[in-house]
Design a protein around this ligand. Structure first.
Ligand SMILES: [Zn+2]
Length: 230
């Protein structure tokens, strides 16, 4: 993560703040985009002053980043032949093949119909994830001694959140999380499994998460910074 080299003062929620100075600027402006924070400043404003401005709006920036991180972009970018695709920690290569009607994985190659590969990939992924997602969530529910409260594990799609948990014990994980590094996927699975014990984000809730995954904050920061690219 490139945030590692940035001093924590110049980060918000694990995301480095990019400072762009320009001689023509007269005012300081903060811009927040998914996984990206930019501070535009006149050339001569000292860093200490910029940090003051950033600190005054820290909660506002963090709120926007959290909102972006929760929301899955509705349309992933179009797929190209030969494109690499991360899938549950494997590095697959996509092939868009004329005349193929159904997705087919052979080793690390995934053949997709050249016509509308995007929906074929989503259908294939959602089907392929049922078992691994189920096992993953069940495993974390067991580590939390909450397996009795887990009802169903479902692969979610379309818009919405990376994961959710209902009071009935239904947990949903988004299919596009299969493209994230495995520890990030594990974090979301644990995050939702911990909601079987606490349906909120209270300090008590985070104690459950931290007990099972002490470095959960690193994984959450990754999702905030890179989630929109999945
Ligand atoms: Zn939550």
């Amino acid at each position: 993560m490139n945030g590692a080299a940035t001093p924590t003062d110049w980060q918000v929620a694990g995301i480095p703040v990019l400072v762009k100075r320009s001689a023509r600027r007269r005012t300081v402006a903060l811009q927040v985009k998914p996984g990206e924070v930019t501070l535009y400043a006149p050339a001569r404003v000292p860093d200490t002053k910029l940090l003051e401005i950033l600190n005054a709006r820290r909660d506002w920036v963090a709120g926007h980043l959290a909102q972006y991180a929760r929301t899955i972009p509705s349309a992933p970018p179009p797929l190209a032949d030969g494109q690499p695709l991360a899938f549950l920690g494997d590095a697959l290569t996509l092939r868009l093949v004329q005349g193929v009607t159904h997705p087919e994985r052979r080793g690390d190659t995934l053949n997709l119909p050249a016509h509308d590969p995007e929906s074929a990939l989503e259908a294939w992924t959602r089907h392929a994830l049922r078992e691994p997602y189920g096992a993953l969530v069940a495993g974390y529910a067991a580590s939390l001694s909450a397996q009795d409260r887990l009802r169903r594990v479902l692969v979610a799609g379309a818009r919405g959140r990376w994961g959710s948990c209902t009071s009935d014990g239904d947990i949903r994980l988004h299919w596009r999380l299969s493209r994230a590094p495995l520890p990030v996927l594990h974090y979301v699975a644990l995050h939702e499994a911990a909601h079987l014990l606490e349906l909120n984000h209270s300090p008590r809730y985070w104690v459950h998460v931290a007990r099972v995954m002490p470095d959960w904050q690193t994984q959450r920061a990754w999702l905030r910074q890179h989630g929109h690219t999945l």
